[in-house]
Design a protein around this ligand. Structure first.
Ligand SMILES: Cc1cc2nc3c(=O)[nH]c(=O)nc-3n(C[C@H](O)[C@H](O)[C@H](O)COP(=O)(O)O)c2cc1C
Length: 399
């Protein structure tokens, strides 16, 4: 089940031009199954109308401290107390200052004082306002009080100035919210998970490479799922066609050797390694410096290949690291997977049919460990990632 399904979220929208981006966030969170109560500040309502949020969330939009609900329940206390999380996006300099001062002079600031749920604050403002010592000091105060803060982006602002102060895209805001919820109660909170994804690219010359059909979808879905479960996630990926999930440390790589170095560095402080990437077994012995040319007299060519290192097998001595390997095979799937599990000293191996799953949107899996096999029927990769991560959590040694 999706992390956001059934969650009660309060979304505070302040008076910033970036408020328009948050309409999309309200829709995405609602479609993911959350109940989203939008609080518009007075200034916020000048940028996006309540009707927009009401239509997107299917809930009444709240604007005033004095709009008491008909059942007589004190609205701001109930909203704050029942919320699983509060998101303030865009958060203006003004609201940030009032929060830091502990004021409660409108509905949003009152709800924020009355909640003990995790709070995510996404500042958005002119770069001069953002870099002002008063705003910076207020943000330090909020961080010290345990609020999760999202760094604003850099670039061109609405008023044609460049600098730091842009509200990140809804995709990033949702990812940060999921990470915050995961850190609060998720089964992987406090753990560092390293995930590899995509098919490596081994250069032949400056424009050509040996690659494979892996899209990176499964690895990226696993990284997102681990984040939702509260883990600190490092995603080492050679996928080029899909974006990484938000709120994970993303390390882009191309070759098997680059991936090996990145895995070694990330695993020095990791608890779990999920080696999902389709790593090339061989690479050209040397990559040509210039583009290889075909000449009229040339009849074919021979490429000398050398064997790539076994990345996860090389970490067999790390008994403290829970190691999950993938076996994508075209024949004798389960036998190959079983022998790989033992040969490489893995804690769990995930067998899948290479032709039916690589580069496809759906996948069927068989999980194999020392206790036996567990099948996961063919389903979208996002669902398979959730089922696989749940099975992994069950197998983790207690701490
Ligand atoms: C066109 C326009 C755009 C604004 N954009 C921002 C903004 O991006 N960030 C910000 O902190 N304030 C911005 N302001 C100023 C706030 O709207 C103002 O400080 C207001 O009092 C904020 O109230 P609130 O924090 O209750 O929403 C803008 C004002 C105008 C007129």
């Amino acid at each position: 089940m999706d992390l956001l399904s059934g969650k009660r979220l309060v979304l505070g929208v302040c008076g910033s031009i970036a408020a328009y981006k948050v309409a999309q966030l309200a829709r995405d969170l609602t479609l993911a199954g959350a109940q989203v109560d939008v609080i518009l500040t007075e200034a916020g309502a000048r940028f996006v109308g309540a009707a927009t949020f009401q239509a997107l969330t299917g809930r009444p939009v709240l604007t005033s401290l004095w709009d008491l609900p008909e059942d007589g329940v004190v609205g701001h206390i109930a909203l704050g107390a029942q919320a699983d999380a509060v998101v303030v996006a865009p958060a203006t300099a003004n609201t940030i200052a009032r929060l830091a001062a502990g004021l409660s002079d409108d509905l949003l600031t009152t709800v924020l004082l009355a909640t003990r749920a995790p709070v995510l604050v996404a500042p958005a403002m002119n770069p001069l306002m953002y870099s002002h010592p008063a705003t910076q000091a207020n943000l330090v105060t909020l961080r010290e009080r345990g609020y999760s803060l999202i760094e604003p982006g850099e670039g061109r602002m609405a008023e044609h100035v460049e600098g730091k102060g842009r509200l990140p895209e809804p995709f990033t805001l949702e990812g940060e919210l999921r990470a915050m919820l995961g850190r609060a109660t998720g089964p992987l909170r406090g753990r560092h998970v390293v995930v590899t994804a995509g098919g490596t690219r081994e250069p032949i010359d400056p424009v050509r490479y040996i690659g494979n059909r892996s899209s990176g979808q499964m690895g990226h879905a696993l990284a997102a799922q681990a984040r939702d479960m509260g883990a600190e996630v490092t995603l080492i990926s050679s996928a080029i066609a899909i974006p990484p999930p938000a709120a994970v440390v993303f390390v882009p790589v191309a070759t098997a050797l680059e991936m090996q170095a990145a895995v070694a560095a990330a695993c020095t402080h990791a608890d779990i390694l999920i080696m999902n990437a389709a790593v090339a077994d061989f690479r050209p012995a040397s990559a040509a410096e210039r583009k290889l040319k075909k000449h009229p007299e040339t009849q074919g060519m021979t490429l000398e290949l050398v064997t790539n290192p076994d990345i996860i097998g090389g970490l067999a001595a790390r008994r403290d690291l829970f190691k999950v390997g993938f076996a994508a095979e075209t024949d004798d799937l389960l036998a190959h997977a079983q022998s790989k599990l033992e040969r490489k000293g893995l804690d769990l191996i995930v067998a899948n049919d290479a032709v039916a799953s690589i580069g496809q949107p759906e996948i069927a899996l068989t999980l194999i460990d020392q206790h036996g096999q567990q099948p996961i029927a063919r389903c979208p990769k996002r669902e398979a990632a959730a089922l696989l991560m749940a099975a992994l959590v069950e197998r983790l040694p207690r701490r």
